[in-house]
Design a protein around this ligand. Structure first.
Ligand SMILES: [Zn+2]
Length: 101
């Protein structure tokens, strides 16, 4: 699951502590639908360039606790976002699909 470069990070005490505290702060529930959560998602995805930047990797503002459905949805959304924007559409700040004029 985890990408090669991130493997060490996901096993680090810093991340595990950060993640556990974060999950506790949202009461173990998905932040979108309040079902029991499944995964701590990084809003700004972790890349080899920011893997050592704790303002990305360990910043609560960059975390979102999601259930499996919402996490799948998130990735589907990203795929749709890419294909939609190729067809002259874009997402506005509210996440609504609008025509790119
Ligand atoms: Zn959910």
């Amino acid at each position: 699951m985890a990408k090669e470069f991130a493997r060490g990070f996901y096993k680090s005490t810093a991340w595990i502590k950060c993640k556990q505290a974060y999950i506790k702060s949202v009461h173990g529930l998905c932040e979108r639908c309040e079902k029991p959560g499944y995964i701590v998602h990084h809003k700004k995805h972790i890349t080899p360039n920011n893997i050592n930047d704790s303002s990305i990797t360990l910043n609560w503002d960059n975390l979102e606790y999601l259930c499996l459905d919402c996490h799948n949805e998130e990735h589907k959304f990203n795929r749709e976002k890419k294909s939609a924007t190729r067809n002259g559409f874009k997402f506005n700040k509210k996440g609504e699909l609008v025509k790119d004029e």
